[in-house]
Design a protein around this ligand. Structure first.
Ligand SMILES: [Ca+2]
Length: 198
């Protein structure tokens, strides 16, 4: 009987976390939508790219939970500071929408760029295609802003996607850019409709 109770409790816990992982409104298909992991290595939700050591998890600013991720002193190029999501399973020729919350510390010139790359096999091979947003302005320093990248059609052969989040500024204002509450969902419409959990 005791074994049965323990097994039941384990199954309940598993189903709870399974729901949490895929519940609409909590980042959609992303592994760690709220950047709560203390690791930025491949397979932990998000992987640091660009200048090594210039992106770190932060408790200094956050939109929800206890952490965000900080792009320290962003450069004049998106290649200096960017994150790649874990591999996301997607359907072929299907529309997806992405969004993140962004915060700039210094002035209103920092921008975010979101990019979705489509793959026919797991990452490690070249992308089939990719789609890149315009420069999404973080125009109000000291305020969390939502930036959206909506209605992006997956490649006809796509099985996987990777979401890239990059930040830059045109000058040397010394912006630290923070990112929290990312979302990636199968949708043709804006993720403004996505119910946030704070
Ligand atoms: Ca968070």
């Amino acid at each position: 009987m005791k074994k049965f109770i323990v097994l039941s409790m384990a199954l309940m816990a598993l189903s709870f976390f399974a729901c949490k992982a895929f519940a609409a409104g909590e980042g959609g298909l992303l592994t760690d939508y709220s950047f709560e992991s203390t690791s930025l290595a491949v397979g932990t939700g998000w992987a640091e790219q660009g200048t090594v050591g210039s992106i770190a998890t932060s408790t200094g600013q956050k939109y929800s939970g206890t952490r965000s991720v900080q792009f320290q002193d962003v450069t004049t190029a998106y290649t200096g500071r960017y994150l790649l999501s874990d591999t996301i399973s997607v359907a072929q020729s299907t529309a997806y929408s992405a969004a993140v919350r962004a915060y700039a510390s210094a002035d209103g010139t920092a921008t975010i760029r979101l990019k979705i790359s489509w793959y026919s096999t797991h990452t490690g091979t070249a992308a089939l295609a990719s789609t890149t947003s315009t420069d999404l302005a973080i125009s109000s320093p000291g305020t969390w802003m939502r930036v959206n990248f909506d209605n992006q059609m997956s490649d006809p052969s796509a099985i996987y996607a990777v979401l890239e989040i990059a930040a830059m500024e045109p000058g040397s204002a010394g912006n630290n850019v923070f990112i929290d509450d990312a979302c990636f969902i199968q949708s043709t419409t804006s993720v403004d409709n996505w119910k946030e959990v704070k």
